[in-house]
Design a protein around this ligand. Structure first.
Ligand SMILES: [Zn+2]
Ligand SMILES: [Zn+2]
Length: 270
């Protein structure tokens, strides 16, 4: 069997299984299924992994050796601060859930969008993922840089930077306006352009949620160290590393001091 035909048979298998679940569990409603998957990706992934990291922070002394720097190792977490973060994040997640569900409802019910039943081919999925990745990286970088202009910073972005030593669940702790333009906009553009299948949207949302949690976790685990170290530097210095993965920071030179510190390895914060 060729690689292409095995991809195709896998696609058929997933499509059949998915449609069976839709028919049996959600009365054949793709819209209801989409709402459920968004609930899982938006709240389920965030809080299961976010609280796991918080558990590491509060309970595990063994994992302290994986913390990025001494600020993280000695971090004091008060209940009042944690409650403020949890409230802010849940509010933003309700905005995300409400807005995406509204868009999907209009798309599926009023516009009678038909291709929701077809799982994309592997090639199509790869194309959607590459375009999504590039758009996410580009929009996030430039909107984030805008958020560091004085007016935007004081009005919106300051809240996220209250913590110079971040923890995982801080990922979505932002002003609601910032949440819509910095967190949501880069995430939804590609799925709107491609009219993506809900499983693809589910994958993107879960993937970006995990990346955001790891980036704020403060943990330098050997297999996932880059994102956390990269974004930790942004919280520490506030004037570099605006991107999610660092593509535009490299192109536009907004990671020079960070690269120097990485190269010399003298800076104790890395
Ligand atoms: Zn951050
Ligand atoms: Zn920032």
């Amino acid at each position: 069997m060729s690689v292409l035909s095995s991809f195709e048979s896998t696609r058929f298998y997933i499509e059949n299984q998915f449609n069976n679940v839709v028919n049996q569990q959600f009365n054949g409603s793709h819209t209801l299924t989409a709402f459920f998957l968004l609930l899982v990706a938006n709240f389920g992934v965030y809080w299961s992994f976010g609280l796991l990291f918080l558990g590491f922070d509060l309970l595990s002394t063994k994992l302290k050796r994986y913390k990025i720097n001494s600020n993280h190792k000695n971090l004091q977490l008060s209940t009042a601060k944690l409650i403020t973060v949890i409230k802010g994040v849940v509010f933003n997640q309700l905005i995300t859930f409400g807005l995406i569900c509204s868009v999907l409802y209009i798309r599926n019910v009023y516009l009678k969008f038909e291709s929701q039943k077809k799982i994309p081919s592997f090639g199509r999925f790869l194309l959607e993922f590459i375009v999504h990745f590039l758009l996410q990286e580009t929009l996030f970088y430039f909107v984030h840089r805008l958020m560091h202009k004085k007016w935007f910073y004081m009005k919106f972005h300051k809240i996220h930077h209250e913590w110079s030593t971040p923890i995982a669940i801080l990922a979505l702790y932002t002003h609601p306006v910032e949440h819509i333009f910095l967190n949501m906009l880069p995430l939804i553009v590609a799925p709107i352009i491609f009219q993506s299948h809900i499983l693809v949207i589910f994958f993107f949302l879960s993937y970006e949620t995990l990346v955001a949690l790891i980036s704020h976790s403060g943990y330098k685990f050997p297999w996932i160290s880059k994102n956390a170290v990269f974004h930790d530097w942004h919280h520490l210095k506030k004037s570099e590393n605006y991107g999610a993965m660092g593509l535009w920071d490299k192109i536009l030179g907004t990671d020079k001091e960070y690269q120097k510190a990485i190269q010399s390895n003298k800076n104790k914060t890395i």
